[in-house]
Design a binder for this molecule. Sequence first.
Ligand code: BMA
Length: 373
Amino acid sequence: MKMQYLQFILLLALQAGASGATAANTNLASDTKATTKTQNLIRNMHTLAKKGTMIGHQDALSYGIGWYDNSNRCDVKDVCGSYPAVMGWDLGHLELGSSVNLDSVSFATMRKNIIRGYEAGAINTISWHARNPLTGSDAWDISSNQVVTSILPGGQKNTLYNQWLDRVADFMTNLKGKNGELIPVVFRPYHELSGSWFWWGKKLCTKEDFVALWRYTIDYLRGKGAHNMLVAYCLADFYSEAEFLDRYPGDGYVDVVGFDIYHRENDPKGTIFSADLKMKSDIAQKVAKDRNKLFAITEAGYEAIPDSSWFTQVLAPGVRGRNISYVLLWRNAFNKKGHFYAPYPGHSSAADFVKLTRDRAFFTCRNLKKMYK
Ligand code: BMA
């Protein structure tokens, strides 16, 4: 009897080893069916966040200051010699079946660039400035507080929303590497949800409807096979942990928690920005730690970077030592004068940015080692 029992234990242990189900290999992703590479990515992101922060840039390979859609260029690389560690993209207008996004980036090129980023070892994050499905206007149309209910099951726009989600799922499941493997991404839908400037914002829907929208969206995409997504829950303003978690959809639907934060022009020394960054980071860092989630600053920057030492003197001190996974600098618009957040060659902050990338606590793509293995 005793012998049989021991054999049974031995068999269980062997099976656990064979399936990889050991404690060290526990899936940290919120998606229980996340692909192996997605599980590897989140595990490596957790390890790296203890050492420092990855530097990211929105639309890093799509365009920059003085150029557009040139497969050899990247402003961050032109300044510091490396791609950013994180590359951001936006799906806005994909839902309409459009071939270009709201910032004139072709989805075909975006897909190629996501693959390029992945092959280079970087991490891709995808936001979605979805148009207003009820009024047909843009993401910033807040004329109705019935939009979220209208797209949930039973609502008049639910069929339309499902069609939108089919297009998103199609995009996600067609991001593939050389061997046909799905490329993991950090999906960041319904961002800045604590603000009220997008149709999904705080004053535009109830907490229950927001959570239902989030879960419905993620479940739908997973149901279509998009098991290559980590999910980012990101706020704008908030002042307490309770407020931060007010619309939290649950640990099964979130991998990264964070916020978008900008240094505004009426704050030349950065006093307001630094205090705000500290207050928000104290909260987000605690939430991330308590729930074993990643903490990221999902959008940041100082438009046109008027302070030439902003990266090392304002951003770095606020970010350092907080286990922040990444900071995504917003886009360098090619068609909106003065709307840029990363330096380009010749800009007065370029040398300071290079200094930041040489700081051991900050990473660009060249510092990443096998994030998907
Ligand atoms: C905003 C601005 C807009 C842009 C939008 C979506 O912050 O950069 O110009 O269209 O993001 O990327």
